[in-house]
Design a protein around this ligand. Structure first.
Ligand code: DX5
Ligand code: ZN
Length: 226
C-alpha cells in the first residue's frame, strides 16, 4: 500500500467538519477520534456524527475508539460508515471476537496500544488484525509532544509482523510532524495520523504531501523488510 497519511479532525474546526475534510483532499484517510470521557479524560463525538461525516466526506473514515467497552460499540461504527475501526487493547475484553465482528461487517480491524502497553502479548492474534496503532502520546488530546520511547516498540511490531509473514499496517498517532515522521517510518510504520501538524499548517494539503514524502524517503518497507 505504501505510505498513507490520515489527518485527525480532533484538531479541526468541529463546527465545519465537512469543509475541514475537504481541506485535506490529498489525505488517504480521515482519522476520527471517538472519546468517551472514561477511557480518556476528554469527550468528542459518537455514532451520529460519524454517520453524517461518512456521507459528507470523500475520504474513507478511520475511527479511533478511545472508549470503554469497545466490544459493544465497535461494530456499530462500521454500520455508521467507518472503513477502519480501531479499538484499544487496554479496554477490549474480547479482541478476537471484536476484530472478527468488525471484519464481518466489512471494515478493516485495528488494535491500538497506549505508550506503555507491549505488543508481545498479542503476537498470536496478529492475523486477526489489519492494522496495529501504536500511540506515541498518551491518548486524549492533540498537540502533545511525541514520545521517542515508543520507537523500539514500532520496530519490534514490524519484526513480529514480518516473522509471521503478515500484511499488517502499522499506524502511528500522536505528535507526528515533519520533525518526527521519519523516525517512525524508519522503524517500520506506514500509516501516519497527524492532527495539529496538518490543521495548524497554512496549507493542510501541502503538509499532507510533505509528510508523505518524508515518510516515503525514510521507509525501508520496499526493501523487503515487510
Ligand atoms: C490523541 C488522538 C490523536 C490526536 C493527534 O489521543 O488520538 O489522533 O488528534 O493529534 P496530534 O497529531 O496533534 O498529536
Ligand atoms: Zn487518534
Amino acid at each position: 500500500m505504501g505510505i498513507q497519511i490520515a489527518p485527525s479532525i480532533l484538531n479541526a474546526d468541529f463546527a465545519n467538519l465537512a469543509a475541514e475534510a475537504a481541506a485535506v483532499s490529498n489525505a488517504d484517510w480521515l482519522h476520527v477520534d471517538v472519546m468517551d470521557n472514561h477511557f480518556v479524560p476528554n469527550l468528542t463525538l459518537g455514532l451520529p456524527v460519524v454517520e453524517s461525516l461518512a456521507k459528507a466526506v470523500a475520504q474513507p473514515i478511520d475511527c479511533h475508539l478511545m472508549i470503554e467497552d469497545p466490544d459493544r460499540w465497535a461494530p456499530g461504527y462500521v454500520e455508521a460508515g467507518a472503513a477502519s475501526v480501531t479499538f484499544h487493547a487496554e479496554a477490549c475484553r474480547a479482541p478476537i471476537r471484536t476484530a472478527r465482528e468488525i471484519r464481518a461487517k466489512g471494515a478493516r480491524a485495528a488494535m491500538a496500544l497506549k505508550p506503555a502497553s507491549p505488543i508481545e502479548p498479542y503476537e498470536d492474534i496478529l492475523a486477526e488484525l489489519d492494522m496495529i496503532l501504536i500511540m506515541t502520546v498518551e491518548p486524549g488530546f492533540g498537540g502533545q509532544k511525541f514520545l521517542d520511547v515508543c520507537l523500539p516498540k514500532i520496530r519490534r511490531t514490524r519484526e513480529l509482523i514480518s516473522k509471521h509473514g503478515l500484511d499488517i499496517w502499522i499506524q502511528i498517532d500522536g505528535g507526528v510532524s515533519t520533525e518526527t515522521i521519519e523516525r517512525c517510518a524508519d522503524a517500520g510504520a506506514d500509516v501516519f495520523v497527524a492532527g495539529s501538524a496538518v490543521y495548524k499548517a497554512d496549507d493542510p494539503n501541502l503538509m499532507v504531501d510533505q509528510l508523505r514524502t518524508l515518510a516515503a524517503g525514510a521507509s525501508k518497507l520496499d526493501e523487503g523488510v515487510r
